[in-house]
Structure formats: C-alpha cells, structure tokens
Design a protein around this ligand. Structure first.
Ligand SMILES: Nc1ncnc2c1ncn2[C@@H]1O[C@H](COP(=O)(O)OP(=O)(O)OP(=O)(O)O)[C@@H](O)[C@H]1O
Length: 587
C-alpha cells in the first residue's frame, strides 16, 4: 500500500506541472472531456444492457411494434456509442501529444540548461541514458498514465453500475430448488464476483512470471542493441584489429539471451492463453446456467436472462481489467521510477553549486585579465587536482600550458569555462569577455558543412563568403566549395581536417580568449606553425592559451606555464626563452 501511494505521489510530481503549466487550460479541458466521454460510454453500456431485456422480451412476446421500436432505440444508442468511442480516442491522442510535447520541451530545457547534461555525466549517476528517458519513457508515461487512469475509472464505475443491475435481477431470478423459489439477496452478484475473482486469481497465478520475463526481454534487447551500436561506433578499430569473429561470438551470445527469454515467454503465454480462452468460453455460458432454473420455472423472462448474461460479462470485463493491467502497471511503475530518477539527477546536477563547495566564477570589473584566486580544482571524488593562487592570464598574452599527462590541464580549462563544478576558490573573468574552447576533437553537428563550422551560432549568422574565406585561410579550399553539403563531418573528415575546421570556427567567432587544448596536435609541425601565424594575424587582440607538448609551439607563445603532477602551476618564463621553473602557486 505504501508502495502504491509512493508511486502515485511520484506520478503526481511528474504529471502535476503540466496541468499547472501555460498549457493547463487545453490539458485540463481535454482531460475533462475525455473523462466525461469515458463515463458516458459506461452509461451507454448500462442502457444497452437494459435494452437487451426489452428487446428479448419483445421477441418472446411476438410483439412486432415493440420490436421495431427497440431496433430504433438500438440504432440511436449504437450511433452515440460509436461517436463517443471515436472522439474519446481522438481527444485522448490529442491530449497525449500536447502533454508529451510539453514534457519533452520541459525536460530538454532543464537537461540542456547550462552544463547540466555534462555535470550529470560527471556525477556518474543512474540517469546515464537521457535519450531513452526523453523518447520512449516520456511517450509511454503519458500513454500508460492515461490508459491506466481512464481504464481504472471506467472499470470501477462499470463494476458499481452492473453490480446494482445484477442485484435487482437477483430479486427477479430466484433460485428454484425442489419446486420452491428461494430469493437470496444479491445472489447473481455473488456468483458473478466469485466467478470473476476466481478467474482473476488464476490468471494472475499463471501469468505472474510473465512480468519478470517481459522485464528481462527489455533488458536483453537493450543489451543486444547497445553492443551492436558499440560495434558500429568502433567499426574502424574492429576492422583494423580483425575483431569481426570475436564480435560475432560476443553478439550471438547476447542474442542467445534474447532467444532463450523468448522461448520462456512463448511457453508461459501458451499456458496463460489455454486458461484465458477456456475461461472466456465458460463465461459465455456460465450466467445462463446460473439463471436457467428460474427461467425454466417461468419465474423470469428471456429478456431477464439475456440481460443477466450481458451484465455478467460487464462485471467480468471490469474485474479482468485489474488482471490484464498488471503487466502494464509493472511496466508503468518502472517508467515512473526512471523519469523520477532523471528529474532528480537533473535537479542534483543543476543545483550542484548549492549543495557542494564549488568554484566561484566572478566577472572581473575593470580588468582584462583572467585571475585564479585561491583556486583548488578537485576530481569528482574529492581528490585535489590543480591548485593556483594569484595566477593571472594577462590579455593579450599567449600562454603555453605544458605538463605530464593527467596533471589536470584540460580540467583547468573546464573550470575556467565554468563547466567543472568540483573545487573551491575564485576564477575572475573580465565582464563581457568572449571565451572559446577548442578541444583536440572538435564537435560538428550533423548537417550542412557551413552550419557545422559556425556552430554554436545559428544558421545564417555568418555570410557564405566569410565562411569560405575562413576555410581557405585554414587550408581547406576544397571544403570551401561544399558549404551546403549535408554530412556527419566528425566521421567524414580526418582529425587534422577537423582541427583546421575548428580553427576556422575560432577565426569566424573572434573570441577575446581562445583556449586551444591540443587543438593542433594532429597537424604536422609546419601546418601547425602556419595556423598559429594565421591566428596571430587574424586575431591580434585575442589572448591565446594553448595546451601542447611540442617544443616548436614555444615560438608562438609569450609565456610558458608548466603543471606539475602534484597539481601546482609553475611559470617557466616567456616562450622564446624558457626559464627555470619558478613556483607561482602550490598546493
Ligand atoms: N569526468 C572525470 N571523472 C573522473 N576523473 C576525471 C574526469 N575527467 C578527468 N579526470 C581525471 O583527472 C585527471 C586529469 O585529467 P585531464 O584531462 O585534466 O589531464 P590532462 O593534464 O589534460 O591530460 P592529457 O595531457 O593526457 O590530456 C586524470 O587523472 C583524469 O583521469
């Protein structure tokens, strides 16, 4: 019970904001109409049930006028039923898409706000596959919440209505034992409930293992798919290493689990179908057997008998909702838990600074320099990585940052960019300064080359001639003619070409501070030198901070800084004449 109320509280936490959002009038309106239609359908079922009594009684009495009258009534009821069923589904789907659109926009907004998506990865929490949560989980949550909510409402109202009808019929259909009519209050109700509950319990008993089997199915299928994607992503490495047969074995083993699980589902479904089909067939005749003594004793009419049969069916259908829904409920609860986990993870990442000591990014008023004050950068597990106090990058100098692998050079760049939250101290950045980070492997969105180069600026923010000039300047004249061509540029271009494109992006955006994290490491030394000279020529006012290991880079920087393995920053003098290490800050 506590589990159910906890799930419902979570559902309300996820669903509530939509019904309080700017779309609330449309959402609440559609939901209200759909609920009203669901109840109207139950009412029509009640009317059809009563109609059956009158219709068969008219047949039994050979009353043609009444028969014709009942046919007209049936046509009216049937038409209303069809219209309600069609529009209930249509409006339900309309509500689903509006709700899904709002929820997706809401989650996308929160996930992509600031660097939340990146921080969520850093925390290494369970919500590591937002793609699934933003697609399947959101869609299924909206759909199943409505299916289960409306189904539950309809079943409860149907059950209550038809129990009342069966109770009334019980008084008209007495038990006929040894020539005596015995009236047991609600006799038909107890029979219908006993029959339906027995069927429900047995269905649950036979079908319960299916819940687990379907969960396993999802897991095995996802695992198989994930491994296929890994092969696709690493196909070059696998081909170079001739790892195809190892991969085939590995993949077939995963697929073997899918097959094994499917056989288990088949066998269990066979048993369940054998039971439910027998139960369904028996249900057709059961109510007539129960009231037949009263009918043959002429205590009730054919109409009463037919109405009883149909009311039995309704009670059984309503109760079986709870049985057939148990698999949906189990899946739905898993979806609710996943969306809740996603929301909590987004919340935790977005509010990280509020809960943990973090690096303060401050806008430095009059200064053009970036200053690191009492800065200590940690790993996510709290291990200190970089320490710096009173260290400044003085505009428009050119600083070369060197140091052994793993000493924290890239992490310091991340901290300056404001996406690395773990640490203490202050980073002062000139107000309005435009910072740009160029990594070793630049990111290009899939699409037109021109748009990929100017990313994250919106398409059209730069003229084609500007982009073309930038591409020619960085040594990519062939690409300059393909600006409108669509492609997956990270896959199609060599790393060196991607790095040239990255520099073209920097030339176009013209940042005040350009941070190059081994952004030219895949180019030969002569090309690297040419590009650094190009940067000096085209961005004379920009402060450039490079991470690099080649000694040839010294010539293009005015100061050299070394990061030691112990996290300290050492200033080594200017690039053309490196001096002995002189600690500027140490942990
Ligand atoms: N997201 C992360 N979670 C845990 N540890 C991390 C994470 N990112 C980086 N680290 C660790 O922080 C340390 C510094 O990494 P960083 O990339 O800053 O080093 P680097 O000096 O730039 O190295 P390289 O010269 O090899 O690029 C490494 O030991 C790395 O394993």
């Amino acid at each position: 019970m506590r589990n159910i109320s906890a799930t419902l509280a979570t559902v309300w936490r996820i669903a509530g904001p939509y019904f309080r959002s700017e779309d609330k009038w449309a959402g609440c309106g559609l939901l209200g109409v759909v609920v009203a239609m669901e109840l109207a359908l139950v009412a029509i079922n009640v009317l059809l049930n009563q109609w059956q009594n009158r219709f068969y009684s008219a047949l039994q009495a050979y009353d043609l006028n009444e028969f014709v009258m009942q046919v007209w009534i049936f046509l009216g009821l049937a038409f209303t039923y069809v219209a309600l069923a069609v529009y209930k589904l249509y409006l339900n789907q309309w509500l689903q898409i509006r709700w899904r659109r709002w929820l997706t926009q809401h989650y996308l907004g929160e996930w992509l706000d600031g660097a939340t998506h990146y921080r969520m990865q850093l925390k290494g929490d369970a919500a590591d596959n937002p793609d699934q949560r933003l697609t399947e989980d959101v869609t299924n949550f909206v759909e199943q919440t409505l299916v289960l909510g409306l189904g539950l409402l309809s079943s409860i109202v149907t059950l209550a209505s038809f129990i009342v009808i069966l109770w009334g019929l019980s008084n008209r259909a007495p038990l006929h034992i040894y020539g005596t009519d015995i009236v047991i209050p609600g006799f038909l109700v107890w029979c219908a409930l006993a029959y339906a509950l027995l069927g429900t319990a047995l269905t649950h008993w036979i079908g319960a293992p299916l819940i687990n089997l379907y969960f396993e199915k999802q897991r095995y299928e996802a695992d198989f798919r994930f491994n296929l994607i890994r092969v696709r992503e690493n196909s070059e490495q696998i081909a170079l290493l001739k790892g195809e047969s190892a991969e085939r074995g590995h993949l077939l083993q995963r697929f073997g689990y899918v097959i094994g699980n499917w056989y288990a589902i088949m066998s269990r479904t066979k048993r369940l179908t054998a039971f439910t089909a027998s139960y369904g067939q028996a249900a057709t005749i059961f109510p007539y057997v129960v009231v037949s003594p009263a009918y043959f004793a002429k205590s009730i009419q054919l109409g009463d008998m037919m109405q009883t049969g149909s009311a039995f069916g309704q009670v059984q259908d309503a109760l079986s909702f709870f049985v057939t829904a148990y698999r949906t409920i189990a899946e739905w609860r898993a979806i609710v838990a996943r969306l809740d986990g996603f929301e909590m993870s987004v919340d935790a990442a977005a509010n990280l600074p509020a809960h943990e000591a973090t690096i303060e990014l401050r806008a430095a008023g009059g200064s053009r320099n970036i200053g690191l004050e009492k800065l200590c950068v940690y790993l996510p597990n709290g291990t200190p990585l970089v320490a710096a106090d009173g260290f400044a990058i003085q505009a428009p100098e050119r600083v070369l940052v060197t140091g052994p692998s793993g000493s924290g050079k890239s992490t310091l760049f991340r901290a300056i960019a404001g996406i690395w939250p773990f640490g203490t101290g202050t980073i002062a950045i000139p107000a309005q300064a435009k910072l740009m980070m160029l990594p070793q492997r630049p990111y290009f969105p899939v699409g037109a080359l021109g748009d990929a180069v100017i990313y994250p600026a919106a398409p059209g923010a730069f003229q084609a001639t500007q982009i073309r000039d930038a591409l020619i300047a960085v040594g990519l004249p062939d690409l300059a003619e393909r600006l409108t061509e669509d492609g997956h540029w990270n896959r199609m271009l060599s790393l060196g070409e991607q790095q040239r494109l990255g520099l073209a992006r920097a030339l176009l955006h013209g940042p005040d501070y350009l941070f190059l994290d081994e952004a030219t490491a895949s180019l030969d030394e002569a090309s690297e030198a040419r590009l650094y000279r190009l940067l000096a020529e085209k961005l004379p006012q920009a402060t450039i901070v490079s991470i690099g290991h080649r000694s040839t880079l010294d010539a293009f920087h005015t100061r050299k800084v070394a990061m030691a393995k112990d996290g300290a920053i050492h200033v080594l003098g200017n690039g053309s004449a490196p001096a002995e290490p002189e600690p500027s800050a140490a942990r």
